[in-house]
Design a protein around this ligand. Structure first.
Ligand code: AMP
Ligand code: ZN
Length: 119
């Protein structure tokens, strides 16, 4: 069922504490942790605790939690001191766009120059 933990999902396992992660922030509905393969000095993933395959599915099913993810992304930027220099919030959606983990997540990237358009 939408939102329920999936036994084969890496990020559900991080939420459950079954896979270790460097957690930097947590709310009632979200967890934020450092990306294991950082692409910038700040590279934090913000995920809903509930399982949804991607950001669009999350927003359709639980819009309040989608808003929580966006708010937490901004709080992470402040916590990591990249709000002033600028940062990027990315939701890769679909394998053609580079999504590899099918549990919705926001990448918060900052601490270096970020090119536009992205690759
Ligand atoms: P995406 O490619 O947009 O689906 O993003 C998935 C992200 O999860 C990638 O940037 C990976 O480096 C990251 N990742 C994969 N496994 C882990 C893990 N165990 N802990 C933290 N980040 C991870
Ligand atoms: Zn999941």
């Amino acid at each position: 069922m939408a939102g329920e933990p999936q036994s084969d999902c890496l990020f559900c396992k991080i939420v459950a504490g079954e896979v270790p992660a460097t957690i930097v922030r947590e709310s009632e509905t979200t967890v934020a942790f450092r990306d294991i393969n950082p692409q910038a000095p700040t590279h934090v993933l913000v995920i809903p605790k509930a399982h949804h395959a991607d950001a669009a599915a999350l927003a359709a099913a639980e819009p309040g939690i989608a808003a929580d993810v966006l708010r937490e992304a901004g709080e992470i930027a402040a916590q990591e001191n990249v709000r002033g220099s600028g940062y990027r919030v990315v939701f890769n959606t679909g394998s053609g766009a580079g999504q590899t983990v099918f549990h919705a997540h926001a990448h918060v990237l900052g601490g270096r120059g970020l090119e536009w358009p992205p690759g």
